[in-house]
Design a protein around this ligand. Structure first.
Ligand SMILES: *Cc1c(COP(=O)(O)O)cnc(C)c1O
Ligand SMILES: [Zn+2]
Length: 439
């Protein structure tokens, strides 16, 4: 059983996933990992489900990981001793019944992908990429000396952690002053070389692309389709958590568009292997400040539209020139999906409203929720349908966003759910009066 790189646009040629390459040598487009479907079909759909179910409750390295429990779907010939895993995946599906009832959608769930080692879903892809690099290095004769990525904050945190666990040097490029304090300190703590550039994410991406023309530095952005392989497990995992039944809709915040492409790829694989015959409808949620896919969708996907991304609270999706545009268009079209956008006010209030029902959402999850609210209001999503929101990062990584909201200090946001602390003297009567005013 084998997997190889192939041009996503269909140019001829197959390449080893252990080669240092990121784009098609013929057309310059993205590669994707193609699997030997005939070999995978030697197990039935039911047999795959049973195998994955069994592994997810085990602690055997590396198969107890939500990603590596599906190793045959990712990198069948990767040697287990090279796998750098932090038991990513197998994240909780939050039953958002109270929030769902408030919006007339009782069957609402939030996949907490941010409940992971570095606090975002980026761990799912990074375990695969760093493990492949580990095997490249173990095989010897490789020019690779370090791994590098441009990041809006979460990719760099994941890369730095996995590279540190593997003992591989890492270099991260961050747009100066555009990531949260938690995101800035994570790669610093893990020993990455942190380069804060005086530009935005798209500017960092240009630099890292040029830098990694030299194969001594291995590119870890989602332009590298190995990341997609790990991230594609999220949809399969959601199915597993519902006894292998797929939901009607999956909504996810989208920036560089690697994750929505990955979600679709995993779901398509399930269909190819007879594990399901249902394709959920996928929704890419963007912020109005960085909405190139939304604009492309409005124009009927006639061509890729890029924008200069404006400052947004949803900083991890502040991207104007998404690398995985073509793959994302295939995902939206192939799933009869949608692209919607949310304003700063909508995403911040949606996030706060969800928090009131027990969640603790990052601004990107707020973006997905705001988009959900719109689609429910418009009747596009019906009240009897099952919907999954992919929460992409942990809210604890975005404390300035949370604080700013509850202090009513965010630009362009009227904080309708602000709940600031009440400062009082240490006086029982003052305390009683304050409580009486509210309860
Ligand atoms: C990376 C990231 C996204 C966007 O994922 P893409 O693959 O770039 O579309 C969304 N939310 C968070 C928290 C992220 O870190
Ligand atoms: Zn090509």
């Amino acid at each position: 059983m084998n997997a190889h790189f192939k041009c996503f646009r269909g140019c001829p040629g197959e390449y080893s996933i252990y080669d240092v390459m990121y784009t098609c040598p013929h057309c310059g487009g993205l590669l994707e990992v193609q699997h030997d479907i005939d070999a995978l079909r030697e197990r039935s759909g039911e047999e795959w489900k049973a195998l994955i179910d069994g592994r997810s409750s085990s602690h055997t390295h590396p198969y107890g990981s939500g990603v590596w429990g599906m190793k045959e779907f990712i990198a069948p010939d990767l040697r287990d001793e090279n796998i750098i895993s932090m038991y990513e995946g197998n994240t909780n599906l939050f039953n958002a019944r109270r929030l769902g009832e408030q919006i007339g959608l009782p069957d609402l769930w939030v996949k907490l992908s941010g409940n992971s080692h570095t606090g975002s879903f980026k761990d799912l892809g990074m375990t695969v990429l760093v493990s492949i690099v580990k095997q490249i290095l173990a095989n010897g004769d490789s020019p690779v000396k370090a791994v590098a990525a441009a990041s809006t904050g979460d990719t760099s945190a994941a890369l730095a952690a996995y590279a540190a666990a593997a003992g591989i040097p890492s270099i991260v490029f961050l747009p100066q002053d555009k990531v949260s304090p938690a995101q800035l300190i994570q790669p610093i703590a893990n020993g990455a070389q942190v380069l804060a550039l005086d530009t935005d994410f798209d500017g960092c991406m240009q630099i890292v692309k040029a830098l990694t023309q030299d194969s001594s530095i291995y590119l870890a952005n989602s332009m590298n389709s190995l990341r997609v392989e790990g991230q594609k497990t999220v949809g399969i995992e959601i199915a597993k958590q519902f006894n292998w039944e797929l939901p009607d809709w999956i909504v996810m915040p989208s920036g560089n568009l690697g994750n929505i492409s990955a979600l679709y790829k995993g779901l398509k694989l399930m269909m190819a292997l007879g594990m399901t015959d249902k394709m959920p409808r996928l929704v890419a949620a963007q912020t109005a400040k960085a909405n190139p896919l939304y604009r492309s969708a409005q124009a009927g996907f006639e061509g890729k539209i890029t924008v200069t991304a404006q400052t947004t609270l949803a900083s991890a999706i502040q991207i104007g020139d998404p690398v995985s545009y073509e793959k994302a268009v295939a995902a939206i079209k192939g799933s009869d999906g949608r692209v919607e956008q949310a304003t700063e006010d909508e995403l911040a209030n949606a996030s706060a409203m969800a928090d009131r029902t027990g969640l603790y959402t990052c601004p990107h999850t707020g973006t997905a929720l705001a988009v959900l609210f719109k689609l429910v209001d418009e009747g596009v999503i019906r009240s009897d349908e099952r919907v999954i929101i992919i929460s992409t990062a942990h809210g604890l990584k975005f404390t300035p966003f949370k604080l700013g909201y509850h202090q009513s200090a965010l630009d362009e946001v009227i904080a309708r759910h602000a709940n600031p602390p009440i400062n009082l003297p240490a006086d029982l009567n003052a305390v009683k009066a304050a409580i009486a005013a509210r309860v």
